[in-house]
Design a protein around this ligand. Structure first.
Ligand SMILES: *Cc1c(COP(=O)(O)O)cnc(C)c1O
Length: 407
């Protein structure tokens, strides 16, 4: 996209704090290319499977029942109660639906309102690298300083890609100016579930430096190994933690954009103060439907994860047979694959070519790094492929990749 135009400043600047965030994302670009070329789109992480029937029926019923106007700013009471009940029942976390739960326009708005409300210019914000790309944009919008801790991706003893976080490196990212650490477990893009020792080290450093913990848990229910441990359940964490989740990934409804925040009331009050100027409120009928979804029995939600695990296994096995070195994700929507073994050391260039060359779309892992960082260079041959797609799409992509790799 050309960002120049009659509205841009004479200097060519767009008026945004950094030029980088004004460009369309690689996800938008590659999804558009996939649509143009008819490529099997394993790029952007949206499912092409249906949501649970019960939740979809509840959304239609809510529209018919007249839930079509602005919901209360904090969210429909029925959803705030369902969120509080869910946190209590699943994790033993008690939150008051009247002051400690805030419904947002997806986890995206929850993250935006949280960072904009709580980070002042010059404050340092710690994340892992690679990171969900919105974090860097939000830190820039708030005028914060982004500090990163490497989440290293390298072949382990079994030859598969494995992820590690070095505790000493993690601790050294914190300092007197640290205002916030953004934790993302299960992690996008790698599908890693952070070890308890890493979570404990984060809480200890946050306490030592009086920093806030913001935890993005949108993949909390999509785990294929160890169950998710919310960082807010660790000793000393609750009072300084903002927990964020969303219905989009759990229920395969990324277009509904219903997310939420749970946190102690002074934090929720501050975040609400910003949120009211972003969207104010949204998604009335979907809020009712998500309240129904969150009350579904645990087995129904586990069934969604089991189904995804099968598609993960399908994609992992297929990518291996094509010749990629792969990581087996413990959670989430994505597999990371290394293309170096196929004689393709530059994943960014490959992802630009793949839709036309192979009829498949994937995202280069460098999209989740700071441009030009040392860690980004080390990830130059890695791609991210989504398995939240239906089986025929995954099978078609694998067939095409097999044909392409035999060029
Ligand atoms: C998809 C995603 C989000 C955004 O969630 P929405 O509810 O769609 O706004 C936030 N964080 C991570 C890690 C994600 O993968």
């Amino acid at each position: 996209m050309d960002t120049s135009g009659p509205w841009t400043r004479a200097s060519g600047a767009t008026g945004l704090l950094t030029d980088g965030i004004a460009r369309p994302t690689v996800f938008a670009r590659i999804s558009a290319r996939a649509a143009q070329t008819g490529a099997a789109n394993l790029g952007q992480g949206f499912p092409d499977t249906d949501p649970p029937h019960k939740a979809a029926a509840a959304a239609i019923a809510a529209i018919r029942a007249g839930h079509n106007q602005y919901p209360p700013g904090a969210g429909e009471p029925v959803l705030r109660e369902a969120i509080a009940l869910h946190q209590q029942r699943r994790y033993g976390l008690d939150w008051d639906p009247a002051g400690e739960v805030l419904v947002t326009t997806g986890a995206t708005e929850a993250l935006a309102a949280t960072v904009l409300a709580l980070v002042e210019p010059g404050d340092e914000v710690v994340t892992l690298e690679p990171f969900y790309d919105q974090y860097a944009a939000l830190i820039a919008l708030a005028g914060g300083v982004h500090r990163t801790v490497p989440l290293r991706i390298a072949p382990g003893a079994d030859g598969d890609l494995a992820t590690t976080v070095d505790a000493a490196e993690l601790r050294s990212a914190f300092g007197p100016r640290t205002r916030m650490v953004i934790v993302n477990s299960p992690h996008n893009p790698t599908g890693a579930v952070l070890d308890r020792e890493v979570l404990v080290a984060i809480v200890e450093e946050a306490v030592r430096h009086d920093a806030l913990i913001v935890t993005d848990e949108v993949y909390e229910h999509l785990t294929y190994g160890p169950a998710h441990v919310p960082i807010a359940t660790l000793p000393g964490a609750r009072e300084r933690t903002v927990s964020i989740s969303s219905a989009g990934k759990t229920f395969s409804v990324t277009g509904w954009k219903i997310g939420w925040v749970t946190a102690p009331s002074p934090l929720v009050t501050a975040i609400t103060g910003t949120k009211q100027w972003l969207t104010y409120t949204s998604g009335a009928p979907f809020q009712h439907a998500v309240a129904v979804g969150l009350r579904m029995p645990d087995e129904a939600i586990a069934g969604i994860a089991d189904d995804l695990r099968e598609r993960r296994d399908l994609l992992v096995a297929g990518l291996r047979s094509v010749g990629f070195t792969v990581g087996v994700p413990e959670a989430g929507y994505f597999v990371v694959a290394d293309t170096a073994g196929l004689g393709e050391p530059d994943a960014e260039a490959l992802c630009e070519r793949l839709p036309t060359e192979a009829g498949v779309a994937a995202i280069p892992l460098t999209a989740f790094y700071r441009p030009g960082s040392a860690e980004s260079a080390a990830a130059g041959s890695l791609l991210r492929l989504a398995f939240c797609k239906d089986r025929p799409t995954i099978e078609l992509a694998l067939e095409r990749l097999a044909g392409w790799s035999g060029r």
